[in-house]
Design a protein around this ligand. Structure first.
Ligand SMILES: *[C@@H]1O[C@H](CO)[C@@H](O)[C@H](O)[C@H]1NC(C)=O
Ligand SMILES: *[C@@H]1O[C@H](CO)[C@@H](O)[C@H](O)[C@H]1NC(C)=O
Ligand SMILES: *[C@@H]1O[C@H](CO)[C@@H](O)[C@H](O)[C@H]1NC(C)=O
Ligand SMILES: *[C@@H]1O[C@H](CO)[C@@H](O)[C@H](O)[C@H]1NC(C)=O
Ligand SMILES: *[C@@H]1O[C@H](CO)[C@@H](O)[C@H](O)[C@H]1NC(C)=O
Length: 708
């Protein structure tokens, strides 16, 4: 495709601009007078280095002609593929105005070679709009000495419209080029015949590229910005309110490679009523890209996409295709068939919420895959795609501003917007937590984190029991023994879930709460290696309860704390009472976030104290969660005995009396660190619906719930 429209219009608001110009001029003049006076007075005649800078003039008709592109002038160095944010970006240029990203745009110039032949075609409308958007944004600065980011005013959007070597020379000649450092090069159509590179072929040294059609091999994560291919068809396009979507799938690209074209014909034969294949209109005007034809029928484009539920976005000669934005604008769910494509604004936009991805080898299966998508998900995908389009893609201006916002988030990570900001419509910022949707998703399941030292026998029994819980997604064994290595992989039980063993460097209890990268789920089940009595039903039910209360500790062994009038201090209590205030992490579900907080934000010396005394890490965790959430834990099921199910009342055997005293001391110690008693009591327990009802067993969901 090409970006055909060009700018030739005269600036309309010249008067206005002159007024601004004079205003700026006078402000700067008075400023420099002040500066000169001040510096004169203070340092006796030291001159001011900085000259004044006027705002950018986007008048490309009268821009000065630069003739310096001589045949032998040196090009910029090759684009450095190993550049990343840390080795090629100079953060020290940023921060001249607090936490604001300041962007400088070079003045427009016409670069010509010695024979007066231009090195780029006339500036494209799209590039003009990009410069205009930057100059009009809050990020813009006219002072290159305070700028953090530099935008060359050389139109590099379409590689086909420029001369690679000469443009690279022009870049190198820029006043602040400095090997491309902190420069951002915009490009939407990279590569050229025959092999179509997925990144613009101009050597740009250390510059970053905001480009469309990156592949995962050429995109430098955290450094480049992945753009969409803008479609000129969308400039004046408005979606009709209601259009019946009679086609399951529409293919509308006219540049699909022949192998995929063959596949589509095959699919069309198998599913004639599901797929519409549009092509150029050979019997009208094949060059007119605002019409498309299927056989004899002529359709307006992109309007015809409104009649499809799914629209194919297939790799062509280039990876990036304008059909992505066209589909989204028409409310047609994009089906991306381009394996290595880096999607627009990769890293901030979650495309799983708005598009379907089909592997190239599965293109023949596409109709079956798409028929499998539920009605509910179709509605969600379409709504989300429409929202993404309106927010990030509906104009060159929106695309440009999003690009700068992403750069700003990188430069000031402490102020960076999170996943919700980028991906949740009407993200309300901070709302009363009462109204937050609190049920956590079921799909990812939970990670069982087992702390063990050397009790291999019960550890192996526990692992084989855990995998019977359907929602278990991974077992992570924290091997806290430095004197003995964990068993060879072949000796572990054979299970149908991932099992990972981490040997720790020191035998500390806090290791069980380290937020390991291996924990990929939100939910984790902290469990001791000897808790082998829990059934699969109990575990699964516990996880379901956690999903309803994802901010709390949800688990099996409960305890409480009581105030002892005689000794005037808190007492740890494991007797059966009507209330509980702690659920022990020897067998409890909790959010990974709490592990993170335990590791990083435990008040006072509690964390170190626990590691030194090898006790009370579970009480410390209960204090932490209760203080931060203001809520009590949740006890699930009636089970009360854990360590030794056969014997009675083990905890009160005399050997354990010391244990109880030490636990009471922990409570008193921790509450003095907090300066208050954060634990909350509750008279509440969660049991499955129909738990004790006289009802046929096979109709109950959780039958195997232990009684004590
Ligand atoms: C690419 O950049 C890195 C980091 O600045 C540098 O170490 C490396 O030498 C550069 N490579 C080339 C070919 O310039
Ligand atoms: C393309 O076709 C549309 C619809 O028939 C027509 O309005 C438009 O003028 C055509 N454009 C060109 C460049 O021929
Ligand atoms: C469609 O869904 C069913 C049930 O979930 C699944 O078994 C089947 O493999 C799916 N088909 C395709 C093509 O994905
Ligand atoms: C503890 O002492 C307070 C005040 O001294 C008294 O009101 C309360 O009843 C006592 N509680 C018990 C359980 O003895
Ligand atoms: C307890 O929670 C409150 C409210 O979240 C917080 O302000 C306070 O710093 C916490 N206390 C400690 C010791 O962490």
């Amino acid at each position: 495709m090409s970006i055909p429209t060009r700018i030739a219009q005269k600036p309309k608001r010249a008067l206005h601009r002159y007024r601004n110009f004079f205003l700026t001029f006078f402000v700067l003049l008075s400023l420099s007078v002040t500066i000169i006076l001040t510096s004169y007075l203070s340092s006796l005649g030291k001159t001011v280095k900085r000259s004044k800078y006027t705002a950018l003039t986007l008048d490309n008709v009268n821009s000065p002609v630069v003739k310096q592109i001589a045949i032998n002038s040196p090009s910029a160095n090759p684009t450095n593929a190993s550049c990343n944010y840390f080795n090629c970006f100079n953060i020290y240029r940023c921060g001249n105005q607090g936490n604001k990203l300041l962007v400088y745009v070079y003045p427009l110039k016409n670069y010509v070679d010695p024979a007066n032949v231009p090195v780029t075609n006339q500036i494209s409308k799209e590039f003009y709009l990009i410069l205009q958007a930057i100059a009009g944004s809050s990020f813009y600065t006219s002072d290159p000495f305070e700028a953090c980011l530099f935008i060359p005013s050389i139109d590099t959007l379409n590689q086909n419209r420029l001369r690679v070597k000469e443009v690279s020379q022009a870049l190198k000649s820029l006043e602040f080029w400095n090997d491309g450092e902190n420069h951002l090069i915009f490009n939407m159509i990279p590569g050229s015949v025959p092999d179509y590179n997925t990144v613009i072929d101009i050597p740009v040294s250390k510059a970053m590229i905001a480009g469309a059609g990156f592949s995962s091999l050429t995109y430098r994560a955290g450094f480049d910005v992945s753009l969409p291919v803008y479609s000129p068809h969308l400039e004046n396009y408005k979606r009709q309110a209601q259009n019946r979507r009679n086609w399951l799938i529409i293919s509308s690209q006219i540049n699909i490679n022949s192998a995929f074209q063959q596949d589509l014909i095959e699919v069309k034969i198998t599913f004639p009523n599901d797929l519409m294949v549009l092509g150029p209109c050979y019997h009208h005007n094949p060059m007119n890209s605002s019409i498309r034809c299927a056989g004899e029928d002529v359709y307006n484009y992109p309007d015809v996409l409104e009649t499809g539920t799914f629209c194919l976005v297939i790799r062509g000669a280039r990876l990036g295709q304008s059909s992505l934005l066209e589909a989204m604008a028409a409310g047609c769910i994009p089906v991306v068939i381009a394996d290595s494509l880096t999607m627009p604004f990769h890293g901030v936009i979650d495309w799983i919420r708005a598009a379907i991805f089909v592997r190239e080898v599965d293109i023949l299966k596409a109709p079956e895959i798409l028929k499998n998508v539920s009605r509910k998900r179709v509605v969600e995908l379409r709504q989300h795609g429409t929202w993404l389009y309106e927010r990030y893609f509906k104009s060159i201006q929106a695309i440009t501003e999003t690009t700068l916002e992403i750069m700003s988030d990188r430069v000031y990570p402490h102020l960076a917007r999170d996943y919700n900001y980028w991906n949740v419509p009407q993200y309300p910022g901070i709302v009363p937590s009462l109204f937050l949707p609190v049920t956590a998703p079921k799909t990812r399941g939970f990670t069982a984190v087992i702390l063990t030292y050397d009790r291999l026998e019960s550890l192996f029994i526990l692992i084989t029991k855990l995998v019977k819980a359907p929602s278990l997604s991974k077992v992570l064994v924290i091997w806290n023994n430095q004197r003995k290595d964990p068993p060879e992989p072949s000796q572990w039980p054979k299970i149908n879930r991932p099992l990972k063993v981490i040997q720790t460097k020191a035998n500390k209890l806090s290791n069980r709460f380290y937020p390991y990268d291996e924990i990929e789920t939100e939910a984790m089940l902290s469990i001791d290696d000897d808790i082998v009595m829990l059934t699969a039903d109990e575990l699964e039910f516990g996880f379901e309860v956690w999903r309803e209360f994802p901010d709390r500790i949800v688990g099996f062994p409960s305890r409480t704390h009581i105030w002892d009038n005689s000794s005037i201090c808190w007492k740890y209590e494991s007797e059966w009472t009507n209330h509980i205030s702690m659920v022990l992490t020897g067998a409890a579900f909790h959010h990974k976030y709490w592990s993170y907080m335990y590791t990083t934000s435990m008040p006072g010396d509690i964390k170190e104290w626990v590691d030194d005394h090898m006790n009370c890490e579970d009480i410390a965790m209960n204090f932490l969660v209760a203080n931060m959430s203001g809520k009590p834990p949740i006890k699930v099921t009636s089970r009360k005995k854990f360590k030794c199910p056969e014997c009675t009342n083990t905890e009160m055997l005399s050997a354990d009396l010391n244990h109880m005293i030490e636990r009471s001391q922990c409570i008193n110690r921790f509450s003095s660190v907090y300066g208050t008693m954060p634990l909350k009591s509750v008279e509440f327990r969660a049991d499955p619906v129909l738990y004790k009802d006289v009802f046929p067993k096979k109709l109950k969901r959780f039958n195997d719930i232990g009684s004590l």
